[in-house]
Design a protein around this ligand. Structure first.
Ligand SMILES: [Zn+2]
Length: 401
């Protein structure tokens, strides 16, 4: 048992405590409250908060870090990305795994305690386990032809069932996006998820204007790209609606889905997401990098949609430091209180990923995955400081007894 005091404790589930203390035992939180002088360790000018939750990464794309420059439009980012991925050879495997391993370590070093990671190979599972980084791993399915959808899902299910899941690693299936997944495949995935409920899933949704054009009119750069890739589905008819309407009407969107991006969402979409209980995962730095603009973050919160944050992959962001993601969120949403942004980056992410029994807040019984951030002299609003971008050297983990 160890009792630690700090000038600020942010339980997230409760009001911040000035001059607080936490008692930890066997890796769990025993109590949190005001300090009383009985502490074993006094951290001083430090803010203690639960480890952050990065709800959207693609660790296996970490090897593309620095290879794809920021683009003025989505297709100008996607084309080089597809080319780079097509070029990868067997000899690159070691480098790919090495980059993913380093990315996990960096995420840990910058205060992240839980990931929502999208994978196409499941190779990342072993790396997460080695690093003892808890994660919900989404095995991603892509296929616009719609042929053999049931078989594709059955194979993917067999693959994830062959991987042992435990308290720290959950596995699930996820469709990539409406422009790369046929309706038959969405339906087959939804059926699988329902059969294995409770199961969370995720989908890229409303990221680019090109996606919206493709769904509303069936035309534009996405259609051209699909044709060039030879994956056009002659049976597919544009639904002539928004991305949210499309997947909601199909029955894919439920309260256990994380919809990632939402840059193109409008009021009616947000209304629908709130009604369905969908969590929106915003990745504002990535959005800027890939040329789709900034998400209407203030509208997300004003419409009372659950919002979590993710960095996306190192192919479209400088680093996996969630504090830097929060700084971009603060920049584009100055009216949203810092406390609200911090809750999104912790408890809301943990809840969406199905890990809130152990992560996301400082409460008795939860994991003692607590981060200590050194607060510079002169800072008076600590919550605001925490969403202003925090350098790795100010971040450390509290050693639990
Ligand atoms: Zn993504």
């Amino acid at each position: 048992m160890i009792r630690v005091s700090a000038d600020w404790i942010l339980p997230i589930a409760d009001e911040p405590i000035g001059g607080g203390a936490v008692t930890l035992d066997h890796g769990r939180v025993v109590s949190v409250g005001a300090r009383d002088g009985s502490e074993d360790v006094a951290l001083g000018r430090v803010a203690v908060l639960p480890g952050l939750v990065n709800a959207h990464t693609h660790l296996e794309l970490s090897y593309l870090h620095g290879r794809l420059p920021p683009a003025p439009s989505f297709l100008e980012w996607v084309r080089p990305m597809l080319a780079a991925r097509a070029q990868r050879s067997g000899a690159d495997e070691t480098a790919i795994l090495g980059a993913a391993r380093a990315a996990i370590q960096f995420a840990r070093d910058t205060g992240t305690s839980l990931l929502g990671d999208v994978t196409n190979t499941l190779a990342v599972v072993a790396l997460l386990r080695q690093a003892q980084m808890p994660a919900c791993v989404f095995y991603e399915l892509i296929g616009f032809s719609g042929r053999n959808a049931e078989e594709q899902v059955a194979l993917a299910r067999t693959a994830i069932d062959a991987v042992e899941s435990d308290d720290d690693i959950h596995l699930s299936l996820a469709p990539h996006a409406p422009y790369s997944v046929a309706p038959a495949l969405f339906t087959a995935i939804r059926r699988d998820l329902d059969e294995h409920a409770p199961m969370v899933s995720t989908v890229h949704l409303g990221e680019s204007p090109e996606e919206v054009e493709f769904l509303r009119k069936g035309s534009g750069p996405w259609r051209s790209l699909l044709e060039q890739l030879g994956v056009r589905n002659a049976d597919w008819q544009a639904p002539r609606c928004s991305p949210v309407e499309y997947l909601a009407d199909m029955g894919f969107l439920t309260g256990s889905v994380l919809a990632v991006h939402g840059v193109q969402f409008e009021g009616t979409d947000l209304d629908r997401l709130r009604t369905l209980g969908v969590t929106l995962v915003s990745c504002p730095r990535s959005n800027r990098w890939v040329g789709v603009g900034s998400p209407p973050l203030e509208a997300f919160y004003a419409m009372d949609v659950d919002v979590a944050f993710g960095t996306d992959s190192l192919a479209s962001v400088d680093d996996l430091n969630m504090f830097n993601e929060l700084a971009e969120a603060r920049r584009i949403a100055p009216k949203v209180p810092a406390r609200t942004l911090l809750r999104s980056a912790t408890l809301t992410g943990a809840m969406a990923l199905g890990f809130d029994a152990a992560f996301g807040s400082i409460e008795p019984g939860k994991r003692a995955a607590l981060v200590a951030v050194h607060v510079p002299q002169g800072v008076t609003d600590v919550e605001e400081y925490l969403v202003s971008g925090v350098d790795p050297d100010r971040i450390s983990w509290i050693e639990a007894a």
